[in-house]
Design a protein around this ligand. Sequence first.
Ligand code: GRF
Length: 191
Amino acid sequence: MNIAIFASGSGSNAQRIVEYFKGKDDVKISLILCNRKGAFVLDRAKMLGIPCVTFTHGEFYDSDCVLNMLKDYKIDYVVLAGFLWLVPGKLINAFPDKILNIHPALLPKFGGKGMYGMRVHEAVVASGEKLTGITVHVVNDKYDDGDIIFQAECDVALTDTAEDVAKKIHELEYKFFPVVIERFINIGSEI
Ligand code: GRF
């Protein structure tokens, strides 16, 4: 199975996923795609020896450029790991139930357009929630809306800042996301 990872920023999840699947014969992280020139995920991809490409807004939404790259690399599954753009219908149709996203909160809470990165954690802290967590879901044509396949929780202490919550969330993501991807590939959405 060939997996492509889409990321927009630092790419620490992308790195954990690459490291997890290194040495596993049946799954290969074949390509990292990024919508932001200069994003640190591109440095990580080079360091890890994974082919990486960037694309523009126009290439993503108004051309088949990204789709063709995925075909060229014979991609079977797509993983969004900190990728901020809405996935266009043509990609979803080309990979039906084969695109996973991770969201840094317990959907359906704290999801939707504009809810990404630190904004999510700031909203969690401001709302006084005692629990937050991560959600892995199948991607459809709306933000943070597809079928949920996995969630894990962590506590939010009264004294936690958004940065504290971000650290806890990253730990959960590193621990669970690669394993959830592997199980999804092997057994489908029945997990
Ligand atoms: C993660 O918390 C992910 O859930 C969210 O954005 C963050 C990306 O972090 N969508 P990184 O780029 O993987 O370090």
